[in-house]
Design a protein around this ligand. Structure first.
Ligand code: 5GP
Length: 190
């Protein structure tokens, strides 16, 4: 058993991880997105909705660069799977605490892959009378996209079709605490 697998090694220097975006690069990009949202949402009634758990770190950093009155809320969803393939339907594990009628909502996601989860979430929240509904995602993986019509309004980085972890993104519940984003070299060694 490797040191990482036994839980005794450093996660931050795990040799099975290949760094893609450093903490500094992420910070600059998140700051720029926050500045853009600040410009776009002046005079609006902004609610930033985080999709748990992956978006928690992105959301925490992002809202501190949005210089406006805003509130936050959270949802937790799980995708229904047919074997290993997503069916596109989602189960709401935790719903919003407050109504979004008349609000300007930004859904904050960690990563858009097939787009099935966010597409369904847009349908669900779209039926609740929000004044506007947009998407901010830290990462966009366009290659496996099924819902090509999904519009991503704010995006941190586009990435190739690799499995990534860190800065909120997990593999089997681990690695969310990495300050950087890394691709997993060998998924069997997770
Ligand atoms: P989608 O419905 O767009 O296919 O799936 C989005 C969800 O799949 C994300 O919120 C995330 O939980 C998970 N996901 C997709 N790609 C990755 C990845 O590269 N790394 C991690 N950690 N999760 C991913």
């Amino acid at each position: 058993m490797t040191a990482a697998a036994s839980g005794t090694g450093s996660e931050f220097t795990n040799p099975n991880l290949e760094q893609m975006f450093s903490a500094e690069i992420i910070s600059e990009r998140v700051k720029a997105i926050g500045a853009k949202i600040t410009r776009d949402y002046a005079e609006k009634d902004l609610v930033v909705v985080g999709v748990l758990k992956g978006s928690c770190i992105f959301l925490s950093d992002l809202i501190r660069h949005i210089d406006l009155k805003l509130s936050i809320d959270f949802m937790a969803v799980s995708s229904y799977k047919d074997g290993t393939v997503s069916t596109g339907d989602v189960e709401i594990l935790k719903d919003l605490t407050n109504p979004i009628r008349g609000k300007d909502v930004i859904i904050c996601e960690d990563i858009v892959d097939t787009g099935l989860t966010l597409f369904r979430l847009m349908e669900i929240l779209g039926s609740r009378g929000a004044n506007s509904l947009k998407i901010a995602t830290l990462l966009d993986k366009p290659e496996p996209r099924i819902k090509k019509e999904l519009v991503i309004d704010y995006c941190g980085f586009q990435i190739p079709n690799r499995f990534v972890v860190g800065y909120g993104l997990d593999a089997a519940g681990r690695y969310r605490n990495l300050p950087f984003i890394a691709a997993v070299k060998d998924p069997d060694l997770i």
